[in-house]
Ligand binder design. Structure first.
Ligand SMILES: [Zn+2]
Length: 156
């Protein structure tokens, strides 16, 4: 693992860099929703948590402190815009922002709308747990993407 990890840290064969630079609108895990000032937003294909999205940073850095002040402002402004949009679009009680990167060390944030009535009240929720896969029809994804876009307003 460590050899592969070191390569990923350097950005070699980084799947997020590939996704961003290729301009592909979809990979195994998500579908592009919007291009923002320093990031691209994807709707997670696993919609166990409705509205679950991932915001991918344009540049390959591992930690937020590696961004310049200007890049950091842009990235976290994008995150704030997306959070506000998702909260409205899905009428969430609260949002969770997970910056993990233990698998893919390219700065990205998992954004999960949360509800008092969901499966893990007062705790983090892990949509990646076995048995929690919820996949939509192509129309279902498109509907959700349009809903999110309509709540991102003029940030697109
Ligand atoms: Zn990368």
């Amino acid at each position: 693992m460590s050899e592969n990890w070191d390569a990923l840290i350097r950005g070699e064969n980084c799947p997020v860099c590939d996704l961003i630079s290729s301009g592909k609108s979809e990979d195994d895990h998500g579908i592009a929703v919007a291009d923002l000032s320093f990031s691209r937003l994807f709707l997670a294909k696993n919609q166990y948590v409705q509205g679950y999205c991932v915001l991918m940073c344009h540049r390959h850095v591992i930690e937020p402190y590696e961004l310049t002040a200007d890049e950091r402002t842009k990235y976290f402004n994008d995150l704030a815009l997306v959070g506000q949009g998702l909260e409205k679009a899905f009428m969430a009680d609260k949002l969770n922002y997970n910056i993990l990167g233990n698998l893919i060390p390219h700065l990205h944030t998992h954004i999960l709308p949360r509800y008092f009535t969901d499966d893990a009240p007062n705790r983090p929720i892990d949509p990646g747990m076995k048995g929690r896969e919820v996949y939509l029809s192509p129309e279902g994804y498109q509907e959700r993407i349009e809903l999110i876009r309509s709540h991102l307003g003029n940030s697109l």
